[in-house]
Design a protein around this ligand. Structure first.
Ligand code: SPV
Ligand code: MG
Length: 350
């Protein structure tokens, strides 16, 4: 089912509006993401939490971006406990999609409610050019999987299965992907239960399964894949087992590894150091290359594109409306509004 016309979808494909040629049309972002899931290679996906960080991830070479719930909430100054509303997250992820040509996989937490909220989320993500969503089998409001001492309550298996099915049934673009994330290992459930849930979610139409683990080795992941005999691609988040060589993941047949929070974490010492230094020195004279030059900020904002567009779309001799030229003044008369109207004079052309 593909009832969305490509003509209206330039923001989704990352195509510039002026190069819409069918033969040269790049794949839709949803298709790009699906192709990554099924590339037969181990693909790496980089975290981002803003338009800027998403663009930087793409420039580094990543073919897809993880819109991390932890990072987005941290950047907003709130906790990873659904304190940011789902529409606030949607607004951020829209900036990220606009700033990139690679697909975005949104960390959609639990889908922000029940099946109904999840399917509305899918429709809104499609409208905003997001290629895929990941939803985890926990209870709303969720807490971060690595938060020590937090209770990680799993959703009922049937309820979450229905949520995945509703999400899949509601997508308009057949290549939009729904990744079902299993938190069973995080919540200390057994491998048997993980396999049972995985089976149920895959049967409901999940396009991939994210198997999460908080161990410092990849043993749980290895035990799961050793018993998992479905085609459904496996996604992992090797934050705590960062020392496991990626060659191990390849041997296990993992499809995608997400570097889930490292862009956000890199900004924290950078901001702390520069703030401390400026505060202590009461000066910005000695930053010595610790901050990007303004030219780099402008480049990342694609300021040149606006300058080019101004040449195309603005009149070559612009007339200022706030300060009419003397020539123009001759053709204008000053009209004073009636007493009941706003007090500012209105300039009216003859
Ligand atoms: C996130 O990045 O928000 C995630 C991954 O959900 S983790 O924090 O590792 O649970
Ligand atoms: Mg998260």
């Amino acid at each position: 089912m593909r009832n969305v016309t490509d003509r209206n979808r330039s923001s989704e494909t990352g195509m510039k509006q002026d190069c819409l040629q069918p033969s040269a049309a790049p794949k839709r972002k949803t298709t790009q993401f699906r192709n990554l899931l099924h590339s037969g290679e181990l693909e790496f996906v980089m975290e981002a939490h803003s338009g800027l960080s998403a663009r930087i991830a793409e420039e580094a070479g990543f073919h897809a971006v993880w819109a991390s719930g932890l990072s987005i909430s941290a950047a907003l100054g709130v906790r990873d406990s659904n304190e940011a509303s789902w529409t606030q997250v949607l607004d951020i992820v829209e900036y990220m999609a606009d700033a990139t040509t690679v697909p975005i996989l949104l960390d959609g937490d639990t889908g922000y409610g029940n099946f109904n909220n999840a399917r509305r989320l899918v429709r809104k993500l499609e409208q905003r050019g997001v290629a895929a969503v990941c939803m985890e089998d926990k209870i709303f409001p969720k807490t971060n999987s690595f938060l020590k001492g937090s209770t990680q309550r799993l959703a009922d298996k049937e309820e979450f299965t229905g949520k995945i099915k509703a999400a899949k049934d509601s997508q308009l673009d057949s290549d939009f992907s729904v990744v079902a994330r299993l938190e069973g290992f995080i919540a200390n459930h057994s491998l048997e239960e993980m396999l049972d849930r995985a089976d149920s979610y895959a049967s409901a139409g999940a396009d991939a399964l994210l198997i999460h683990s908080k161990q410092d080795t990849a043993d749980e992941i290895a035990s799961f894949v050793a018993h998992w005999n479905h085609e459904c691609p496996i996604v992992i988040v090797p934050t705590t087992y960062a020392d496991t060589p990626t060659s191990e993941f390849r041997k296990m047949g993992i499809s995608m590894a997400i570097w889930a929070n490292h862009s956000l974490r890199s900004t924290i010492p950078a901001m702390q150091n520069v703030c401390r230094q400026i505060f202590e020195e009461q000066s910005i004279a000695n930053l010595n290359g610790h901050v990007a030059p303004l030219s780099e900020v402008f480049r990342l904002q694609d300021t040149d594109e606006l300058a080019e567009a101004e040449k195309r779309y603005l009149p070559s001799n612009p007339v200022s409306h706030s300060a009419p030229t003397n020539d123009l003044r001759k053709n204008l008369k000053l009209v004073m509004p009636a007493k009941t109207e706003p007090s500012a004079p209105v300039i009216q052309a003859r």
